[in-house]
Design a binder for this molecule. Structure first.
Ligand code: ADP
Length: 603
């Protein structure tokens, strides 16, 4: 440093005067020299004090700027520039010890112009850095070329290193790296004071570096956790999008491969009957895991750590158990040419947790679907088998009732009427059940076309008119003159209108009024059946349209019915592409409405 040289020169002058003072000189001259020396020494002292103050001021200034940033690269560059500024070095290097491998990594290299150094400029003495790490003490050499500690070292000779100073970066008693400065051209650049300064600064720099390292590590860990959570969220959405078992298994398998960058992945599931493992997703052959050997025992014995290391040209396998309600139902298996890292194993474990629930749900859904299908098939067979004997009972009862096979008494006629009514009820039940089972099995056939809705409403009403008259109920129709064109199956429209008007008739006391309206609404045809009947309580309204629901109201119980009509009606409307709804007030009446599409593609 500049002042260093001045002090050096003044000291040299002082020793020269010292020599002169020792010479036999006239007393006057001797007194002048002694006086001169006194002044000289005062000057040297003040220069030294100045220099110390300057050093401390500089140190204070650079220390201030440290710790402001938590960006590791920024902190490292800051430290390097500050060190060069403080020591007047030509180049500065910062090396950090890798905590995993213990290797020294060069992390920053700067020159006096505050530029990053190029690779081929990074010629430093490893012997110096290593000896600082080993001893834990900083060191300075004024000329490495002649310093017996380093002059023999290859790097010192090859790179022609001269002034070198190096100090350990130490935090919480542990050396995390070293800071190294040098000047290749000049000797005697650094002094012991410079080393003290570097040591003091290195202590502060080490703390700033460690803070930035910790922050970066936490930041990275947080970012990767957030990204994993996003992935798992997406997996959840994909897994829950469908209840199809094969879909769930394939999604699981694909994510297992993608999430761990595995070469291949599989899903295996235990067979319920014989507890054997079945490969149910993923390619067979090739590297597919051998299910009969180590793998099964591995999953059974170590369900939590199913890593089979790679050997004899075979990849490494990792199996994450699919556990649901404390039971292992199978596993996700991935293969990797080398090994499956701990973080990938953790990812698979998390994926397996989610997949297990989705697989179990899909399996339950499949079982329910299967049971439902079996039930529909059973109903279909039973209704078919009952229809034939019922038709014959109906036919023969009517023959006898009409007296075709001989005279019958009044009492017999009465009994035959009861039989006829009950056969009718059974026929209604069979017809509704058979419709439901056909709709559920997708076997119902619609014969849809463009129809004029009024025609079919009027046809239905004419067949029901006498029933309404019997109960002294008035019928109001509010139908527009212009034909209302809908795209629907006319027979099903008649069935729907019959159901709704029959209900209005059944659940409206004698003398009430029933209105049937039809109109166009939002490019649909809307039909309303309005009655002034008993209405439906709010509580019971929630159960409407469910199978076998019938109100507890006495007037409902007096009427025959199975509680299937509205359910069938709703399903028929929906498969024709319409909607159905109602509004009702207890003891005031109800309005049931449905819509039909006006175009073919809405069906
Ligand atoms: P069912 O008429 O054979 O009982 P539905 O499925 O047609 O079967 O109707 C189910 C139940 O809904 C009826 O039992 C009755 O309680 C109620 N309900 C249906 N329509 C009306 C209506 N117009 N007024 C009052 N209650 C009704």
């Amino acid at each position: 440093m500049k002042k260093d040289h001045q002090v050096e020169t003044l000291n040299e002058l002082d020793s020269a005067l010292d020599q002169l003072e020792k010479q036999p000189l006239p007393t006057e001259a001797h007194a002048v020299i002694t006086n001169l020396r006194k002044q000289l020494q005062r000057l040297i002292k003040s220069l030294e004090q100045d220099e110390e103050a300057e050093r401390l001021a500089a140190l204070y200034q650079v220390s201030q700027s440290l710790g402001v940033s938590l960006n590791l690269d920024e902190v490292l560059t800051q430290v390097m520039d500050a060190v060069i500024q403080l020591t007047g070095a030509e180049r500065g290097f910062l090396t950090l010890i890798d905590p995993d491998t213990n290797n020294l990594n060069l992390v920053a290299a700067r020159n006096i112009q505050q530029e990053n150094l190029q690779r081929d400029d990074m010629k430093i003495s490893r012997t110096v850095t290593q000896s600082v790490i080993d001893s834990g003490e900083g060191l300075v050499t004024t000329d490495a070329q002649i310093d017996p500690r380093f002059s023999e070292q290859e790097s010192v000779i090859i790179y022609a290193l001269r002034s070198i100073m190096c100090a350990p970066l130490r935090t919480r008693g542990k050396i995390i790296g070293v800071v190294y400065v040098d000047n290749r051209a000049r000797t005697g650049i650094f002094t012991k004071d410079d080393l003290n300064l570097l040591n003091t600064f290195a202590t502060q720099a080490a703390v700033a570096i460690e803070n930035a390292q910790l922050y970066t590590r936490t930041d990275q860990a947080l970012a990767s956790r957030v990204s994993e959570l996003e992935t798992l969220n997406q997996i959840d959405r994909e897994l829950n999008a469908q209840l199809d078992l094969n879909h769930v298994l394939e999604i699981t398998r694909q994510w297992a491969v993608k999430g761990t960058e595995a070469a291949q992945g599989w899903v295996v599931i235990y067979n319920d009957e014989d507890s054997a493992l079945n490969l149910i997703a993923g390619p067979g052959g090739g590297d597919a895991p051998k299910l009969e050997k180590g793998l099964i025992s591995n999953i059974q014995e170590h369900p939590a750590s199913g890593l089979i290391p790679a050997k004899e040209g075979k990849p490494a396998y990792f199996s994450a158990p699919l556990s649901h309600a404390g039971k292992t139902i199978g596993a996700i298996i991935v293969a990797h040419p080398q090994t499956i890292s701990v973080s990938d194993q953790q990812f698979l474990a998390r994926l397996a947790g989610r997949a297990a629930t989705a697989v179990e749900n899909a399996r339950l859904y499949e079982a329910v679907e299967f049971a439902n299908e079996a039930k529909s098939q059973f109903v279909s067979i039973v209704t078919h088998e009952l229809r034939i004997p019922l038709t014959s009972i109906k036919g023969y009862t009517e023959l006898i009732r009409r007296g075709n096979v001989g005279e019958i008494t009044d009492q017999q006629a009465e009994f035959l009427d009861v039989i006829g009514k009950n056969v009718g009820r059974m026929a209604d039940l069979i017809s509704d059940l058979s419709d439901i089972s056909r709709i559920e099995r997708g076997k119902i056939k619609l014969v849809s076309g463009f129809i004029t809705v009024q025609d079919y409403i009027l046809e239905t009403l004419s067949s029901l008119r006498h029933k309404l008259e019997e109960k002294s109920q008035s019928l109001v129709t509010d139908l527009p003159e212009d034909p209302l064109q809908a795209y629907a199956d006319p027979n099903r429209v008649v069935q729907v209108v019959t159901n709704l008007v029959s209900n209005a008739w059944k659940y409206t006391p004698a003398g009430g009024e029933i209105t049937v309206r039809a109109f166009t609404k939002n490019s649909h045809i809307c039909v309303e059946v309005i009655d002034t009947g008993i209405g439906i309580s709010e509580e019971e309204q929630t159960k409407l349209f469910t199978q076998f629901f019938r109100s507890e109201a006495p007037l409902v119980r007096e009427q025959s019915g199975w509680g299937l009509g509205l359910n069938v009606t709703q399903r028929l409307i929906e498969i024709m592409g319409g909607e159905i709804g109602f509004s009702s007030q207890l003891d005031k009446g109800s309005t049931f409405w449905f819509t039909l599409p006006t175009t073919a593609n809405q069906e």
